[in-house]
Each structure stands twice: as C-alpha cells, then as structure tokens.
Design a protein around this ligand. Structure first.
Ligand code: ADP
Length: 495
C-alpha cells in the first residue's frame, strides 16, 4: 500500500503545530499547541526546551490518534522551525539552560564588544552573509557557556550539544541518535561559512565555542533519522528540515533564481531566491541559504529582509487606538475612502529596518487635516505595509541586479484584498496569493515528501499549488510616483 500522508512539524515562536498533508498537497488536519513565553528581564526572552518538546510531540500524537495513523500511513516527517533560537543540552538529554529565543537582546552588548571593529563586521558579513547581531545563535551559545556553572568545561570535554530547535527535535525524536541540522538553519547561527558550506573555525574561536558542540549539517531534503520516541509510531523517517522562512519560500514553490515571497504577518519577511550567486548586500539585507530539492547539489542563496512592524500596525489600530473591531475590518474601511487624503503612517515603533537601518527613528503620522477620519488612518496604515515592502524589494533588486516580475504572498494580512491590490500598484509587479497561505508547513511537507519519494519532483509540486488570486498593477505611473514621493518624504521626517 502506498503511504497516504506526510506530516509537517511546524515549530513556531509561540506554538507548535502538527500538520497532516495528503498527496494532493492538501492540509487534511492541523493540531496546534501553544507554550509559555518566559521574560526573565526586559528584553530577555526564553522558552523551556521541554515545553517546546511537549507541545510539539503533544500535537503530533494527537494528530496520530485523531486519524488512527501508523508508520504505514506516513511516508515521512518534515520539520520547520523558529530560527536562531539556541538550546544546549548534555548527552542525557537535559538542557543546561532554557532556550534563548531569537528575539532575546541579552547578548547585544557582547556582540557590540566582539564584533564592532569594522574588519570583524566585514569578516562576518563576508563569511556568513549576516550583519553581526544578537539575533543570531553565536552569541547566545557563548552566553550559556559563560553563565551556566560548569558548562564551558563540559563543552570543552565534548560533553555538550548545541542545536537550533530543529536539531533539538531531531535529537529527541530519534532517541538521541542523530545530532544534525540543515544548511538553512546553520546559515542563521553566524558560525557557518555559507560559501564553503561548513562551520567556520575562525568564528567558532571568536565566540569561544568548541567545534564538538556543533551538529552535522545535512541537506534540507534528505534522511535525518527515524522516529524512536514513546507514544510516536516508530520508524517514520524524518526527511526534511528547514528554518521557517526558507520553508515558506519552498512551500511557495520558489525554487529558481528571481522568485520571491513575502510573508505578511506581525512583521514581513521577504526572501528573493538568487540561485548560486550569494550577493553581498550593500543595503543592510542578509544573505541566507535556501532549502534545495534533493537533486540539487550546489548551495543556493536568497537575499532576506524584514519589516519590523506590519500586521502589528493593524493590531495597534485595533487594540491601542480602538478604531478597528478586528483586523479584517481594515479592508472595508480602507475602501470606504478614495485615498488617504494625503495622510502617511510610518510605523517605526522600534526604529526602521532595512534599507534605512535606524534604531532611533520613531513612528509618525503626517499630512493630517481637519477632514482626516479613522478610515483615512486605516488606509494609510495598510498602505504603509505595502510601501515598506516596496523599499525592501527595491533594495533586493539593487543588491541582486534583477527585476522582480511576481511576488508570492502569504501570512495573515495577505488575505486583505485592498492591501494586495495596492501592493501590486506601488510595486509594479504581479502579486500571487496561493489558495493555501500556510506555506511554512507546506514547505517542510514538500521537503520531506520529495526526499522520501512521496512526490516525484519539483514539477509535480508546482502542479499541486493552487492560486487563489493574482493582483496586477492597475495605476498609472504618475500616480504611483506621486504616492511613493509622499512616502519618501514621510520616511525622511521619521529619520
Ligand atoms: P504571525 O504568524 O506573525 O503571528 P499571522 O500570519 O497569523 O502572523 O498574521 C496575523 C497578523 O496579520 C496580525 O498582525 C493581524 O493584525 C494581521 N491581519 C490578519 N488579517 C488581516 C487582514 N484581513 N487585514 C490586515 N491585517 C490582517
């Protein structure tokens, strides 16, 4: 009997999900479990690795029970995960400290001290494609070794394992047999040479991290190990691993250079596939490794940029300003006025990201007149999501030397038709929204399904993806230029 399903384990920042995917690429069922966020001090964020594990395994076992699944039904498991979050554990499987979450800022002073010399910054960017930041795993590992009593000695004796969340899950699910990660997760540690495809001894030395802690790096679509954990059907191969954003890129079937996706969630995450070229950004973007299909050998890359405040601006209108009952209402309100009446909103709540990169900038609303109403403010806010994405795309196009013709979209706010049409207008390219906007888990399912032979190849996957809607540019150029000039002026004021 051919197997009917693959399962994606979608390990996110606030919840873990297990997703059952059938041969048509349809999501048959999803079980989701939230877990606790730990804030020991302002700016510090931790997760208990056992909470991550129990929420993930709990959602998996519930999915298995609901559908009466056995190892004969499931071709493979794929994992996508919150990136950069750092866990260190000992050979008995005991974490020596809580997971230090990607958002945690505790190591910002350390990164400033170790990496601020221009030649160090340049070295790190040249090797890892990243701009030195506390966000990435390197300084978080060092913090654990420096602050947990006895940890450094154990690490030096080869008695501690480091892993991002994928590695932790693979290690536990395989009964402690496999200590491995994939290139997409490795490329977010700031310890991996993305050109040579290996851990970098110079960077490991800079952060005082013994090489023996580091996981083996295996292809994203390939065999990692078999399940061997109480309560989980034994012997299911784990065949796909990717960090969440690269997984979403794969789930959008962006397998080739020039293809891009933008996720409109709390923030936006934009990735542009650049093929075997690894452009060094001059616009504060990072270069990251993408997940390859099983038959593709050479390392392939993407430029990545993020908008800090996107859907969060709509939440702010709802929760702090009280002018929306729910996020969906923004679409109707925005369309109830012909334009913003000259109002611009720059949501620089925590500074401005790429390409401006200014931590001190703060939000502003400008162009208000006596006639400004809540609907204008709502419309200007949705437009701000689109303008910020235009800024990122233009920076990427400049770095990569390409021109985007289609942007694939997903994430909660991509449901907003006004926003998508406006995005097409001001970006001047097609916006393609798939029927299934849960592309992150779909990517992990695709990787595992390709590697296990559940699907035959990327052409078959392209054939599975159903398009919900395509938005094409519909405004004249002069109008777009006028709108963008107003945005540039608002940004200048925020800066
Ligand atoms: P995340 O994964 O970052 O939590 P989601 O992809 O679930 O985010 O998207 C939720 C975000 O999208 C919220 O910030 C919400 O304000 C915004 N959002 C959801 N639906 C809409 C909509 N119809 N219009 C505009 N924004 C929306």
């Amino acid at each position: 009997m051919p197997k009917q399903y693959v399962i994606a384990l979608d390990q996110g920042t606030t919840s873990s999900r297990a997703v059952l995917v059938d041969h048509q690429g349809q999501m048959v069922d999803v079980v989701q479990r939230e877990f606790a966020q730990i804030y020991p001090q302002p700016g510090w964020v931790e997760h208990n690795p056992q909470d991550i594990l129990m929420s993930q395994i709990g959602s998996l076992t519930e999915l298995v029970q609901r559908h009466g699944l056995t190892e004969d039904d499931v071709a493979a498991i794929g994992i996508d995960n919150q990136r950069e979050t750092t866990i260190v554990w000992d050979p008995t499987g005991n974490p020596v400290f809580n997971a230090i979450v990607w958002q945690c800022r505790r190591t910002a002073p350390m990164v400033e001290e170790l990496c601020s010399a221009p030649e160090t910054r340049a070295l790190i960017q040249a090797k890892t494609g990243l701009l030195p930041d506390a966000y990435f795993s390197a300084s978080k590992i060092k913090w654990i070794l420096d602050n947990v009593p006895g940890a450094r000695q154990k690490a030096e004796a080869g008695e501690l394992f480091f892993g991002t969340v994928d590695t932790w899950l693979v290690w536990v699910l395989t009964g402690g047999l496999v200590h491995a990660t994939d290139p997409t997760n490795a490329s977010r540690t700031m310890l991996y040479d993305i050109h040579r495809g290996c851990w970098d001894d110079e960077l490991l030395a800079l952060f005082g991290i013994p090489r023996s802690m580091m996981p083996e790096v295996r292809p994203s679509a390939g065999f990692f190990g078999e399940t061997s954990y109480p309560g989980v059907p034994a012997g299911i191969p784990i065949c796909g691993v990717a960090g969440d954003q690269q997984s979403a890129l794969f789930g959008q079937c962006c397998f080739s250079p020039g293809e891009a996706k933008n996720t409109y969630g709390t923030g936006c995450f934009l990735l542009l596939h650049t093929g075997t070229e690894a452009p060094l950004s001059r616009n504060n973007l990072v270069t990251t490794i993408v997940a390859n299909p099983p038959d593709v050998e050479p390392i392939q890359y993407a430029l990545e940029g993020s908008v800090f405040v996107a859907g969060a601006l709509i939440q702010w209108l709802r929760d702090e300003m009280g002018i929306l009952r729910d996020a969906g209402e923004s679409e109707y309100l925005a369309q109830s006025v012909p334009d913003t009446g000259g109002v611009y909103v720059v949501p620089a709540f925590t500074g401005l990201g790429a390409p401006y990169w200014n931590a001190e900038a703060r939000g502003l609303i400008c162009g208000i007149t006596r006639g400004t109403r809540p609907a204008h403010l709502v419309r200007a806010s949705l437009e701000a999501l689109a303008y910020q994405s235009v800024d990122l795309v233009r920076a990427m196009e400049a770095d990569a030397g390409v021109r985007l013709d289609t942007l694939n979209v997903d994430g909660g706010a991509s449901r907003n038709n006004f926003l998508m049409q406006f995005q097409a207008d001001v970006l001047g390219c097609q916006i393609r929204r798939p029927a299934n906007i849960e592309t992150t888990s779909l990517g992990a399912a695709f990787l595992a399904g390709l590697a296990s032979g559940f699907w035959g190849g990327t052409d078959e996957l392209r054939g599975l993806r159903a398009t919900d809607d395509v938005f094409s540019p519909a405004r004249d150029d002069a109008d777009v230029e006028r709108l963008l000039a107003g945005w540039k002026d608002a940004i200048r004021r925020a800066l």
